[in-house]
Design a protein around this ligand. Sequence first.
Ligand SMILES: [Zn+2]
Length: 229
Amino acid sequence: MAAVASFVDARSQGGRWLVRIEDVDTPRTVHGAADAILRTLESYGLHWDGEVVYQSRRIALYEDALRQLGGSTFGCGCTRQDPVCHCAEGLAGRVARSTKVRWPDGEAFTVKRADGLFAYQLAVVVDDDAQGVTDVVRGADLLDSTPRQLHLQRLLGYRTPRYLHVPVVTDAHGDKLSKQTRAPAIVPGDEAALRAALQFLGHTPPAGAPALAWAIAHWDPRRIAADTR
Ligand SMILES: [Zn+2]
């Protein structure tokens, strides 16, 4: 859904569509998963511009950004057992395990995890800037991340892209269809699925019209319903 929405949005503006494999969480990365995703995108006519970017190969950039954040960060010695983090005021003899960013309007959030991996929030902000991303179109399940990313952009002196959050497809319990909720994998090149996705996004291509091309010509994000249940 997010791929279709972002592709059509970019192409409707004559823009480039970039694909990034967000595999910064290396222990959870399944071998071959990225290739399967890319093949599925191609089967739907979702052809990206330029090289595919893999976050797992860009750790040095995230290290630089973390250094640049400097005084906005603090070491956190909390474990899962700590209900509230008070480490911004000092570690009280504990050893720092992770690195967090101060956030005046909310609870501090992690930019480098206790296992040494960079948090999604930091990696995404660094990559969006490095790739010159002007428009981010993604699922509303990431809405909570957006204010944290805006905060990081300000701290790092980056410009903020435009954001469009599209509804996510949910099951009868309101849970997003995903691997976690055991939704079956999408079938490659399924024209009916593509049409259903566009319809979900408020764009119904007429029968016989090439669905993707029609959606690009008629794309209007205001037609996406706020509540699709
Ligand atoms: Zn803490």
